[in-house]
Design a protein. Structure first.
Length: 115
């Protein structure tokens, strides 16, 4: 149970980095430049989330992670839109969820089109 609690705390700390980049705190476990930058394309709208904590990106943002983490990104269109697919480092995922191994600066584009 102690290991599970430790894992929950670590994931919560990663999630606290949240959308908007580095919070300015020094964190020796986090390597500089290990992050995912999310940008949006298309005339539609939606959000991108990851599974490692409560983090939502409704507009361009950067999430910092510890190198080696494997977040799964999910795109959710707003009611008037459809998710058309990923670009950049998630281009391989098409319109499905995208799992990346964080190692350096990754760049992902989420494209949403109007219905």
């Amino acid at each position: 149970m102690r290991h599970l609690n430790t894992l929950v705390v670590v994931l919560a700390l990663v999630a606290l980095a949240g959308c908007g980049g580095d919070d300015g705190d020094s964190d020796e476990d986090m390597s500089a430049g290990d992050s995912i930058t999310i940008t949006f394309d298309g005339l539609g709208s939606g959000t991108v989330t990851h599974n490692l904590g409560p983090a939502t990106c409704p507009a361009e943002c950067t999430w910092d992670f510890t190198a080696g983490f494997e977040p799964t990104l999910t795109a959710t269109p707003n009611p008037d839109s459809v998710f058309a697919g990923w670009g950049g480092d998630c281009a391989f995922a098409g319109t499905g969820d995208c799992t990346l191994t964080v190692n350096g600066q990754l760049n992902v584009t989420a494209t949403f089109n109007l219905l």
